[in-house]
Design a protein around this ligand. Structure first.
Ligand SMILES: CC[C@H](C(=O)O)C(=O)SCCNC(=O)CCNC(=O)[C@H](O)C(C)(C)COP(=O)(O)OP(=O)(O)OC[C@H]1O[C@@H](n2cnc3c(N)ncnc32)[C@H](O)[C@@H]1OP(=O)(O)O
Length: 259
């Protein structure tokens, strides 16, 4: 376990866990948290043993957005733009991690917190979770890339309604719109998140990484005609791996026993 000032992280059995840890302010994001998150992501981007990364908060809040008090000290467009861009770039890096990413939301995920959710492949939420792009309530827009990712995830109409009205939705509505992928009982929440995450931990990390790269390439506009080559290369890359050779040998040995 690695305890920083605003994050607590640990890695075990192919899964990396990042806890947003500023409970006194509902895990609001300040510039220190951005710096610590950059440090973790920079290290974990290089870790090819990681097959899943889980982002989570606590039972009251995933993340309550940017730190309203801290950011209120920043007055000009010129000063706030680099701060927003810094977190937007960081969320883009999270969305491009070559492993499965999961946002585990037990409580509230609003504003930038909801933007963080949209940067992950999956969102698992407890029955008491609530999500909302509430930026419009303080007369701003998303600043971290969440609007475009929300439109990709749930479609333009529902996204525009969430973004412009600033509505906070419950988990049932979020599941209906596919902003939330799995609804989990609140008891033993993280243990249940772990069970979900473990599905994606395979003997060969190459499999998940290859499929994540296909997903990212599609999102970034790679034409379908390119995937015959991409997927042939991916499959060929796995072909020599011990996991493939041994799996086929196990199958053939079983068949020989039956014959
Ligand atoms: C690009 C992103 C964008 C930006 O940063 O510019 C945004 O994210 S804009 C949206 C910013 N976030 C908010 O406006 C949310 C503000 N918080 C709330 O609405 C509520 O706190 C809520 C719904 C998240 C949780 O409500 P709850 O009743 O559970 O808790 P409290 O309101 O009593 O809050 C406890 C404690 O935490 C402080 N707090 C909560 N959120 C923030 C925040 N985002 N920034 C700073 N501080 C926050 C709150 O003031 C309370 O402090 P206390 O000293 O105990 O009174």
């Amino acid at each position: 376990m690695f305890i920083m000032n605003t994050l607590i992280t640990h890695k075990k059995d192919g899964i990396g866990w990042i806890q947003f840890h500023r409970p006194a302010v509902r895990n609001a994001v300040n510039q220190e948290m951005m710096a610590e998150l950059e440090h973790v992501i920079t290290e974990w981007e290089q870790d090819e043993t990681l097959q899943v990364v889980v982002l989570y908060g606590d039972e009251k809040a995933f993340v309550s957005g940017g730190d309203v008090e801290a950011f209120h000290q920043i007055h000009t467009k010129e000063e706030i733009y680099p701060v927003m861009k810094r977190m937007g770039d960081l969320l883009q890096r999270i969305s491009e991690l070559k492993c499965i990413t999961i946002a585990a939301v037990e409580g509230i995920a609003v504003g930038g917190g909801c933007e963080i959710v949209t940067s992950c492949d999956f969102c698992l939420a407890s029955k008491k979770a609530k999500l909302g792009m509430i930026q419009s309530r303080i007369a701003i827009t998303t600043g971290w890339g969440g609007a475009s990712r929300l439109m990709n995830k749930i479609g333009k109409p529902n996204a525009l309604k969430m973004l412009i009205t600033g509505e906070v939705i419950d988990v049932e509505r979020a599941k209906e719109m596919q902003l939330v992928d799995e609804v989990i009982e609140s008891s033993h929440f993280l243990e249940k998140v772990k069970v979900f995450a473990q599905q994606f931990v395979l003997p060969s990390p190459m499999i998940g990484r290859a499929y994540k790269e296909v997903a990212l390439a599609l999102e970034q506009g790679t034409p379908l005609s390119a995937f015959a080559k991409i997927e042939a290369i991916n499959c060929a890359d796995c072909w020599e791996a011990e996991e493939h050779v041994q799996a086929v040998e196990r199958f053939l040995a079983k068949r020989n026993k039956v014959d």
